[in-house]
Design a protein around this ligand. Structure first.
Ligand SMILES: *Cc1c(COP(=O)(O)O)cnc(C)c1O
Length: 484
């Protein structure tokens, strides 16, 4: 199967004009404008388009892009799942759109949902308390490490190091460094898992935490996790769980039961809300009891008639926001990205315990099925929610570009580095067997092609090769910059 993306051409150029290029209109300043003159402009060029023109403009742009509604999106470690439409309906309900400065008393319904979501996430992860505030996974890591730091400092126990396996997501290194720690990189063992001897050598009285992803980014479960937890705790360190890969464990195993003390959830990877274009997302953080007093401000709790805290929302008379006793402060405004969190609430409520367990079963089954169908070598296993194939002699980035011509989004490429020319692939639980077969056919067709074809790819997309480095280094985020 191949794929041709819509393209609008003007002679040789493929393009869809900006709205401002189509037609614009000068808006004159109103003579009665009460605003001070030095704060206003005399005129403003605004794009001028009728409703059909506007609707067509955005539809065309979407047709020139590839998204979860175009076809499968097996981006490894990112779980770009299809976003169920009903969660959008829930998030669009005006009842949830309240100003964050309103009094607790006037937004009891919203606080109740927040409390229940804190509770559900805690039960899913095996954690005692959860903050919803961090706006992304990386922000969750940073918050979790700040909490870790506050915990050690509260015990007059200054520690300087955080250990991160070399196969970890890049944000782990960055979060630990941003919190002021020296990062100790831990090499993987021959089987792709944590090497216990290397871990023993890295651990010391300076270890504030070990950050682990489990199953790790190779899709492998850390079988020795209980031993790892014991080793970290023996030197007085904490065990941090990177929850971006929770899809593999949902309803089956809990980081808290494995010995983890603090974790973040990638709500936008596990509980609806695919994150594209940088967000928004949400990265709640769960902690064990001893760390709860350090969580960000504000936090939501349930209280009885006397205002005394009660653990269960069902026993609550009211819901209140408060500042945890030794809070690390704010890591974002108010309750974080509330509408994203509302989608997570809706998703968990709709699936329930059996649905979540079913999602993890399908995530793992789909990854294993697809891995068995692709001709590329998959060096590590047995697998959980994802696999890392090697493009072998091919350049993984070129192979990935070519996949677009076959109508599938490419996997994550060139990471983790422990597999050469890595194609890190996570089909997710939502894809049918037919779609997985289409994905496998695309991988295998690309696998048979020569370098020349791959270097030319993609050929059938609206935009060909994009200068990715330049796009990242010199982003043009406003149409004004096109005039320069
Ligand atoms: C995506 C991801 C993160 C970071 O999450 P963001 O929400 O993108 O900041 C951290 N760890 C792993 C393993 C991830 O896949």
């Amino acid at each position: 199967m191949t794929y041709d993306q819509a393209r609008w051409t003007d002679g040789e150029e493929r393009y869809e004009p900006l709205l401002s290029e189509k037609r614009s209109r000068e808006v004159e300043r109103d003579a009665d404008d009460p605003l001070p003159e030095d704060l206003t402009r005399d005129s403003l060029e605004l794009p001028d388009a009728s409703e059909p023109e506007l609707a067509r403009h955005y539809t065309r742009l979407s047709e020139m892009n590839y998204g979860v509604e175009s076809g499968p999106f097996p981006l490894g470690s990112c779980t770009m799942k299809y976003n169920p439409s009903f969660t959008e309906d829930v998030a669009a309900d005006p009842a949830g759109h309240v100003h964050p400065d309103r009094s607790d008393e006037s937004v009891q319904g919203v606080l109740e949902l927040q409390h229940r979501l804190q509770d559900w996430l805690g039960r899913i992860g095996g954690m005692d308390a959860v903050t919803l505030q961090p706006p992304a996974g990386a922000a969750g890591e940073f918050t979790g490490i700040l909490v870790t730091k506050a915990y050690h400092e509260s015990r007059n126990d200054e520690r300087s190091e955080v250990i991160v396996p070399e196969s970890a997501h890049g944000t782990n290194f960055a979060s630990a460094a941003m919190a002021g720690y020296d990062v100790v990189s831990l090499p993987s063992g021959d089987d792709g898992r944590v090497d216990l001897e290397a871990l023993a050598a890295a651990l010391s009285e300076e270890t504030a935490a070990l950050m682990l992803t489990n199953p790790n980014t190779l899709g492998l479960f850390e079988r020795d996790i209980e031993r790892v937890a014991e080793m970290v705790h023996d030197v007085g360190g904490l065990l941090y769980y990177d929850g971006a890969n929770l899809n593999a464990l949902l309803g089956r195993a809990r980081p808290g039961d494995m010995g983890f003390d603090v974790m973040h959830y990638n709500v936008h990877k596990t509980f609806a809300t695919p994150h594209g274009g940088g967000g928004p997302g949400a990265g709640p953080v769960g902690v064990v009891d001893e760390l709860a007093e350090f969580l960000p401000d504000p936090h939501v709790r349930a209280v009885d008639d006397e205002g005394e805290p009660v653990p269960d929302a069902d026993d609550a008379a009211r819901f209140r926001t408060y500042t945890p006793e030794r809070s690390v402060g704010k890591v974002h405004g108010y309750a974080g990205n509330w509408l994203v969190l509302m989608k997570a609430y809706a998703y968990i409520a709709r699936l329930g315990d059996p649905g979540l367990a079913d999602a993890s079963a399908k995530a793992v089954l789909n990854a294993n099925y697809l891995a068995s169908k692709v001709d590329y070598e998959v060096p590590f296993g047995p697998l959980h929610h994802e696999f890392v194939a090697s493009a072998g002699e091919q350049d993984a980035a070129d192979a990935a570009k070519r996949m677009l011509d076959y109508g599938v989004h490419p996997p994550t490429t060139k990471w983790p580095e422990i597999v050469s020319e890595a194609l890190m692939t996570e089909p997710t639980e939502v894809e049918s067997r037919r779609t997985l077969d289409q994905l496998a056919a695309a991988f295998n067709a690309v696998g048979d092609e020569d370098d020349e074809t791959l270097e030319r790819a993609p050929e059938r997309t609206a935009a060909r090769r994009i200068d990715q480095v330049r796009a990242a280094r010199e982003p043009r985020l406003s149409w004004h910059e096109l005039d320069e």
